[in-house]
Write a protein that binds this ligand. Structure first.
Ligand code: ATP
Ligand code: TZE
Ligand code: MG
Length: 295
């Protein structure tokens, strides 16, 4: 296999990549994660810690769930990327999230924000707006979260998200394309919307990953976990954050598809998805990764 490095110009982001080229890229980035085992600091919710850490491990990365503000000056500079997730946010956690994000931004370390249930409260919206000011490399949410956050950024108020169901989306990802583009333009982040088609945009280019199975929504924290996987992929290809983001989403989706062949329901899918991610090979990547340029 031809080695993939950030200097590898033939695989630089373009709007005209074929599906086969995207599949090659996704496989090469997964291979880089396995080879480099980037240290990924996760400041995340209590629900997701286990699945997130196991997702990172099975992909070849090295997770560390450190969130004490006292440790950040020592530890965060050693991380290759940071994942911040507000799922079970409380006031005592926010300073650590902000301090870690500030450290990463000042060090040029990529960091990724997951705005879980952002429309649930004014506290969450304000926390996300403060975190967005610290320049995340990527924001990944479900469609309802990205629509709400994009509206919140535009109006600087708590979004009216009439029927949001807590952490679960009530919108399809394709409904959030314009909100994602606006959020990317206003924040400077790559924005990813998970769903049947995962949408990724830099505010101009829009790419879709058409992998995964619907039952992944029935396992809590699959979204949180793919956000951490995005952090691992961006860690090994900092210069192409859009490509790394869509590759991580596609690879996680492929693991879901392969895992589903052996699963009987959400609990066994959770186990088989992790096994499939661990064992995913080049042939499966080439035949299953389904990324297309949507604009
Ligand atoms: N209808 C679907 N078909 C295929 N894959 C899907 C579908 N919906 C979601 N997924 C996949 O499931 C994973 C989780 O996405 P989801 O949108 O459910 O995240 P989320 O709502 O943030 O989850 P959580 O908050 O529980 O972590 C992603 O990898 C996504 O691609
Ligand atoms: C269920 C749940 N509640 C807060 S965070 C979380 C995990 C999925 O986002
Ligand atoms: Mg979520």
């Amino acid at each position: 296999m031809e080695p993939y490095t950030t200097e590898h110009s033939s695989l630089a982001a373009t709007t005209t990549q074929s599906q086969a080229q995207w599949a090659t890229k996704a496989w090469q980035l997964l291979s880089l994660v396995r080879a480099q085992s980037p240290l990924i600091q996760c400041i995340t919710n209590f629900v997701s810690m286990d699945l997130m850490a196991n997702t990172l491990l099975s992909a070849g990365a090295s997770p560390a769930m450190l969130h004490s503000v006292e440790e950040l000056p020592d530890f965060t500079p050693r991380a290759s990327a940071l994942c911040v997730n507000i799922g079970t946010l409380s006031p005592s956690w926010l300073p650590a999230m902000k301090t870690a994000a500030e450290l990463c931004s000042s060090l040029g370390t990529p960091w990724v924000l997951d705005p879980v249930a952002v429309s649930a409260s004014a506290f969450r919206v304000n926390a996300c707006l403060e975190l967005l000011r610290l320049k995340p490399t990527v924001v990944r949410g479900n469609a309802s979260e990205i629509i709400a956050l994009s509206n919140g950024v535009a109006s600087f108020t708590q979004p009216q998200n009439d029927a949001a169901k807590g952490v679960d989306s009530i919108h399809e990802s394709m409904e959030a394309v314009e909100a994602a583009k606006l959020l990317a333009q206003t924040s400077g982040a790559i924005v990813a919307v998970s769903g049947a088609t995962d949408i990724v945009t830099d505010g101009n280019q829009v790419v879709g990953a058409h992998n995964g199975v619907a039952m992944m929504q029935k396992i809590t924290a699959t979204g949180c976990s793919v956000t951490a996987l995005i952090a691992a992929f961006v860690a090994v290809d900092k210069c192409h954050a859009l490509d790394a983001t869509v590759s991580a989403l596609a690879i996680f989706g492929v693991a879901g598809e392969l895992g589903m062949k052996m699963a009987k329901g959400p609990a066994s899918l959770r186990m088989h998805l992790i096994d499939a991610l661990y064992g995913l090979d080049e042939a499966a990547s080439q035949s299953h990764v389904n990324i297309t340029n949507l604009s």
